[in-house]
Ligand binder design. Structure first.
Ligand code: KG4
Ligand code: ZN
Length: 350
């Protein structure tokens, strides 16, 4: 996509760096030519035997992987560091040690090349990710952000104007997928595995709760749903199960409950804000059932839903480079010191 903004400060291509959790990634985004290169190293294999992300291992692996990835994307874009307009890095929210690797590398490279360094909010980057696609959503829109660490509905009046309409009171949607997958004996990372198993199951076999749907408001709660699955697994264990079909049916029933809840709350958020466009981003946005259900629901009301491509639903540096570029163009002050924010309120951005 070519950026159509009134540029306060025209910028050259921006290097993006992402190290907030368990993916190391680098990308180059050019305001005139779009995405020039992106590369990613996933740490899934490193953490798999622990059943979840081990923060210290994550930081050390980012340290090993990041600079070769940066060199690779610059090479692919046929650029030298000094040709760039800035360096953007994810400064939060995320794991503090992991964030510090990307932040120190980003600041160091920016200093060495004499460029501005831009601290990017990971969730802002997720919600802007659909702008990397060919038919990007115009502002304003509502964003449903569903990742391993967050579940929120955000009213996006314009770039940088974010109003959090609702969020999860306990587990994030991705976390619920991951914990439920563990209960069903699936390997880490559980979300995509559970979705795969759900494809062979009957979503109507188990009547699981649709949390918080009867109450007004736009907040979510997923921990009760995970407990309901646990109770069902215990009951099946008393009977010598669960068998393969029981597990598939439980996975399908769980997925249907999460999807129904996310769809209903998204429609409620559109009604409340008077918007017609919905952007879905974050790792759970890769879920095919969620994508199909939201597409149908939005079509039925004459609206439209926008997704990034699957690879840009989960963590990546393309969205960080794009966000850094927009931030530079809109006049956001460059970072002067290395500072990360393991917790960072999206609504605090201006
Ligand atoms: O955005 P992301 O890559 O990282 C965070 O910032 O959290 O999201 C990762 C989350 C994990 O919980 C993962 O299980 C979930 O997204 N996920 C999925 C699917 N693909 C990834 N959940 C359900 N269905 C999927 N297809
Ligand atoms: Zn993320």
């Amino acid at each position: 996509m070519e950026l159509q903004k009134n540029t306060a400060a025209p910028t050259g291509p921006v290097l993006g760096i992402e190290t907030s959790c368990d993916e190391t990634a680098a990308a180059v985004y050019d305001p005139a030519r779009g995405l020039l290169a992106h590369a990613l190293h996933s740490q899934v294999a490193l953490h798999a035997r622990y059943g979840g992300v081990v923060p210290e291992l994550a930081s050390r692996d980012h340290l090993r992987r990041l600079l070769p990835l940066v060199a690779g994307v610059l090479d692919e874009a046929a650029l030298e560091g000094r040709d760039l307009g800035g360096v953007a890095y994810t400064a939060g929210p995320g794991l503090i040690g992991a964030l510090l690797v990307g932040a120190t590398a980003g600041m160091g490279l920016a200093r060495a090349w004499g460029l501005p360094a831009i601290a990017v909010h990971h969730m802002e980057a997720h919600l802007l990710a659909p702008l990397l696609e060919d038919s990007p959503p115009p502002f304003p829109f509502v964003a449903l952000l569903v990742s391993g660490g967050h579940t929120m509905l955000v009213d996006v009046a314009d770039f940088g104007a974010y109003d959090v309409l609702g969020q999860t009171l306990d587990d994030a949607a991705g976390e619920a997928f991951d914990k439920t997958a563990k209960l069903l004996g699936l390997p880490y990372p559980g979300g995509p595995e559970l979705a795969r198993l759900a494809g062979t199951g009957d979503p109507r076999r188990y009547d699981l709760p649709r949390p918080m749907l009867k109450r007004p408001g736009l907040d979510f709660s997923f921990s009760g749903l995970k407990t309901a699955v646990m109770m069902q697994v215990r009951e099946l264990e008393q009977l010598g199960g669960p068998g393969d079909q029981d597990r598939a049916d439980l996975a399908a029933s769980f997925q249907a409950a999460v999807v129904d809840t996310l769809v209903a709350k998204s429609l409620r958020a559109l009604d409340a804000s008077g918007r017609e466009r919905l952007v879905v981003a974050g790792g759970v946005g890769a879920n095919e059932q969620l994508r199909a259900s939201l597409r149908a629901a939005l079509e039925a009301r004459g609206g439209r839903v926008y997704y990034p491509r699957i690879a840009f639903c989960t963590d990546n540096a393309a969205m960080v480079a794009l966000t850094g570029c927009l931030r530079l163009q809109s006049g956001t002050a460059p970072s002067r010191v290395v500072k990360v924010h393991p917790r960072w309120d999206l609504a605090s951005l201006v």
